[in-house]
Design a binder for this molecule. Structure first.
Ligand code: ZN
Length: 107
């Protein structure tokens, strides 16, 4: 599977395509809706990061949740974890962080 930050996998044939692809290079399936979804997700994450910088945990949480609903991923969970930390929700922040980097089994 390709990096979702730089490529879209075709839902029909699984071929990796650039984010800007309008149709799949292999099977010609329409990828324009997936591209729009990724653009909206990137905008939501950008909005959440700006809210974090401004110290607005509630807005950061809301937009990181939107990004996760569009497509969950480590980048969105990192922003959500930071928003939870900023809001003082330490258990939620730890839970999100462990979803990104599961604790290693030392035994
Ligand atoms: Zn395809």
């Amino acid at each position: 599977m390709s990096d979702p930050a730089t490529a879209i996998n075709c839902p029909v044939c699984r071929a990796s395509n650039p984010l800007t692809a309008v149709c799949c290079r292999r099977c010609k399936a329409d990828l324009s809706l997936l591209g729009r979804l990724e653009s909206q997700r990137a905008a939501a994450l950008d909005h959440a990061r700006r809210a974090l910088l401004a110290g607005d945990a509630a807005t950061a949480r809301r937009f990181s949740q939107l990004a996760r609903r569009l497509r969950d991923g480590a980048d969105a969970r990192q922003v959500a974890a930071a928003a939870a930390l900023l809001a003082g929700h330490f258990a939620a922040a730890l839970h999100l962080a462990q979803q990104i980097h599961p604790p290693s089994d030392a035994s």
